[in-house]
Design a protein around this ligand. Structure first.
Ligand SMILES: *Cc1c(COP(=O)(O)O)cnc(C)c1O
Length: 494
């Protein structure tokens, strides 16, 4: 049985289903399992399983108050024909690395991996805990979470979803995907500010007790679909196990042979899930954390100082344009020896002065991690050279990871087999991708670019892009960053 505690020590323990429902702990901390369970099946056994069955084996120990029937139903409803491949997360080999394609879901980015299942985990949790309230999902997005959450929750009975995104901080395709979202229970708002403003605004609304009471009086309860929800973290551990199992099955890895993972990182959710998989017993050697020019994590791994006091850079990998990596708090808690007081102190420093420094003992525990970053020019160069060498086209986020991996290998001469998390389809960031391949495409409009990309890569344009070519804009609200709570009240009629 796994129960969950806040990383800041307040309250708890709560069951997995309660943690999924609450999203964030009441003291502002994140839920953390009281222990990280071990894999219950051997790697050999896992290598013979479907994605769905591996998902059950990895998630069940974390979600221990869900019955087998409940969890298998959630998995079945999530990983179905919304994905355009039966293997859900296929591997492609290019230039000596394995690209784990996490973009075959409804919105062609890796957020689908977790957000296809979160609504089902939540609704099941509401039933288990006899919740009578309607669940209101409040989400800040740097582009991809928003659409994936909208797609996951649209039309789900007993839920409403409100998404805030930085008005000038997402790609045109990302914006179009969100503002064309159908479903009476969906709301999309642009804010005048960056992603961190949106995220802080949402956190403030969650912490507003008066508003919470007003919500309850009107039959509503907030929850979060952001990557701090344990119901998002746990499904993300699955594909690392699945990738290893596939490589084992194909004879590319021997049982127990270590592999490295490279993860293009923003909020630190994806790479933390890989760390959970490692702690469950998956033979992961290095966890390579790849940042773009917002290299706050690169600096952190190098110096032990986390410092968000710096200019925020808008890059071609906007889903990683983040200066406060929320999920890092879980790693800090862990390396502080599960000391909630110590963690809380550091998080308080972060919110008051924008920085903190970990102790040398804590830093010692980060040996499994390697931080790297790629500049904008390097990112573009990586896309172009991989295309020219292998005909394989990757998106800007994946290119950051690919570039960092190349630099890592040059520096360390480490030849361990390596899986690179490929977090978005190149069709989601067509303009930057095509411009990286050849500036001659810069004059084309978005959909003409997509047609050209299809020609170059031989990959069919995904339905997620085809579908919005002609779709009408259904959401056009924009607000100031301190007007977010008022918008929420307006939408809920409270
Ligand atoms: C969200 C996202 C990331 C960053 O993942 P985190 O879990 O926030 O570190 C990377 N690439 C893409 C395409 C994303 O959407």
């Amino acid at each position: 049985m796994v129960n969950y505690f806040s990383t800041r020590g307040g309250g708890g323990p709560v069951s997995a289903s309660e943690a999924v429902l609450k999203g964030l702990a009441e003291d502002g901390g994140l839920f953390f399992p009281d222990h990280i369970p071990a894999l219950t099946k051997s790697l050999k056994e896992l290598s013979e399983m479907s994605y769905q069955d591996v998902a059950y084996e990895v998630m069940q120990p974390f979600l221990s108050d869900y019955t087998e029937e409940e969890l298998r139903t959630c998995i079945r409803n999530a990983y179905d024909s919304k994905f355009d491949t039966e293997t859900i997360a296929p591997l492609a080999c290019a230039d000596g690395a394995y690209y784990l394609e996490l973009f075959h879901g409804a919105t062609i980015a890796f957020k689908d991996m977790a957000l296809s299942i979160l609504p089902h985990l939540m609704i099941t949790a509401a039933g288990k805990n006899h919740i009578k309230y309607d669940i209101v999902i409040l989400t800040a997005t740097s582009g991809d979470t928003g659409k994936a959450a909208l797609a996951g929750f649209a039309g789900v009975k007993g839920t409403k979803i409100i998404v805030f995104y930085p008005k000038n901080g997402v790609s045109p395709i990302q914006e179009k995907q969100m503002v064309t979202q159908k479903g009476d229970n969906t709301f999309v708002v642009g804010i005048h500010g960056n992603f961190d403003d949106a995220q802080s605004g949402v956190k403030k609304i969650f912490a507003d007790q008066e508003l919470g009471k007003l919500m309850a009086d009107n039959g509503y309860q907030f929850s979060s679909a952001n990557s701090i929800n344990i119901g998002r973290l746990v499904p993300q551990a699955v594909y690392y196990v699945y990738a290893y199992a596939q490589l084992l099955k194909e004879g590319k890895l021997a049982e127990g042979e270590p592999m490295n993972v490279v993860v293009p990182t923003g909020n630190f959710g994806n790479i933390l899930a890989a760390y959970f998989a490692k702690n469950m017993g998956l033979p992961i050697a290095k966890l390579i954390c790849a940042s773009n020019e917002n290299r706050v994590l690169f600096d952190f791994f190098r110096t032990g100082v986390y410092d968000r006091n710096r200019d925020f850079v808008l890059t071609s990998s906007p889903s990683m344009d983040i200066l406060i990596s929320s999920n890092l708090e879980r790693l800090i808690y862990l390396i502080a020896g599960s000391d909630a007081e110590k963690n809380k102190e550091l998080m308080m420093q972060l919110s008051t002065s924008g920085k903190y420094e970990i102790t040398p003992e804590m830093q010692e525990k980060l040996q499994d991690f390697y931080g790297g970053y790629a500049s904008e020019a390097e990112t573009a160069e990586t896309i172009a050279s991989l295309y020219k060498k292998c005909g394989y086209v990757i998106d800007t986020h994946t290119a950051v990871a690919s570039c960092v991996y190349r630099k890592y290998k040059e520096q360390t001469k480490d030849e361990t087999k390596t899986v690179i998390a490929s977090t978005a389809s190149p069709y989601k960031f067509t303009r930057s991708v095509m411009s990286a391949i050849d500036r001659q495409y810069d004059g084309l409009e978005d959909f003409a670019l997509a047609d050209k990309l299809s020609e170059l890569s031989g990959v069919k344009i995904p339905e997620a892009i085809e579908g919005i070519r002609t779709a009408p804009v259904l959401h056009d609200t924009v607000c100031e960053k301190d007007g977010m709570a008022d918008i929420v009240k307006k939408y809920l009629g409270i």
